[in-house]
Write a protein that binds this ligand. Structure first.
Ligand SMILES: [Zn+2]
Length: 341
């Protein structure tokens, strides 16, 4: 029998909710700071460590912003993409949908297609080395408002041929409710992009309802607070509308007090389609294998349940059914289901 860690490591997995900028490890941020001689160099490596030890949502946003400020050239993007995807591939992540904060790039006045060339170059190198497949989601920042978000949607649509397949919003749910983005999402849908939104993370279940009913999203980032509304959980299960679960993230940003109070077990029992994800692995000091292990230890998942979660991570992906079938077919093999389970 393999150990639990070995079992998790060999499971084929998809990661659907991971921010490229949140994959920048402290050492790499330090390297970028020295490369661009930013004020962070003066403050020293201790300041970098402090940024990465955040325990609330505002602290997290500040750390994320600092990383974004250090990404300035296509070469920077190539460097961080290569590093991030290599880490994913090393955990047997076969397929990933990586979110890029295009809203922040545009806000910084960056030429997004040029930056994306760097990202594509980093991906190409890892693809050749490992065979991992990646598609991209462009994320707008709620607080920047609908006009900025519309720019993100147009920029994403212009890069559809390069593997940008989705559009979403993230940031502070309290400051910018989903209603104001209705037209932006309608436009993104017309452009043929898949739709997602961070919702039910820092706001209640009403935020998830609006993402479903007003924005027409196909997937929800987090959906932590959906559990407070039984009728919402029922709808999510009936529609098989997936939630991207990010356990460590929820704890580290302070939206969840204790791991054990996360509704993962409840969602599974009620038939909600889930995937496990890291959100910002470097900022939260985690990786996907650790998230599976954490889920197992906290909720007492059986190996069969963990295998189902890994399988669900592909089912929840924005992949055409025929391509998805290639990944799902691996789960038909008995080798993935230990006999004792
Ligand atoms: Zn996220």
């Amino acid at each position: 029998m393999p150990s639990l860690e070995q079992f998790i490591a060999q499971l084929p997995k998809a990661e659907l909710h991971v921010h490229l900028e949140g994959c920048v490890e402290p050492e790499m941020l330090w390297q970028l700071a020295r490369r661009h001689r930013t004020p962070l160099v003066e403050k020293g490596e201790t300041a970098v460590r402090q940024l990465y030890s955040t325990t609330d949502f505002q602290g997290f946003l500040q750390a994320f912003k600092t990383v974004c400020e250090h990404l300035r050239t296509p070469e920077d993007y190539e460097l961080i993409t290569y590093d991030a995807l290599r880490r994913l591939a090393s955990q047997n992540v076969r397929y990933a949908e990586v979110t890029i904060s295009a809203g922040v790039m545009l806000w910084k006045g960056e030429d997004v297609p040029s930056s994306f060339e760097g990202i594509a170059a980093g991906y190409e190198r890892v693809r050749k080395e490992s065979g991992i497949r990646v598609q991209w989601i462009f994320d707008a920042v709620r607080q920047f408002g609908p006009e900025a978000a519309l720019q993100v949607a147009h920029t994403a649509a212009a890069l559809k041929q390069r593997g940008v397949i989705g559009f979403g919003i993230g940031g502070d749910e309290q400051k910018a409710p989903a209603e104001i983005f209705r037209e932006v999402f309608a436009c993104a849908r017309r452009e043929g992009l898949h739709l997602t939104a961070h919702a039910g993370e820092t706001a209640g279940p009403e935020s998830v309802w609006t993402a479903l009913d007003v924005l027409g999203v196909e997937r929800i980032g987090h959906g932590l607070t959906a559990a407070r509304d039984a009728s919402l959980v029922k709808v999510l299960a009936e529609k098989q509308l997936p939630l991207d679960i990010c356990l460590t993230s929820n704890l580290r940003t302070g939206v969840l007090r204790q791991m054990a109070s996360h509704p993962l077990r409840q969602y599974l029992e009620q038939g909600v389609l889930l995937s496990l994800n890291t959100d910002d692995p470097a900022l939260f000091g985690t990786d996907l294998n650790r998230e599976y292990l954490l889920a197992q230890k906290t909720f007492g998942l059986t190996m069969k349940e963990m295998t189902r979660l890994a399988e669900s991570s592909f089912r929840a992906a924005f992949l055409p059914p025929d391509e998805n079938q290639i990944y799902l077919s691996e789960f038909g093999t008995t080798a993935l289901y230990p006999r004792s389970d």
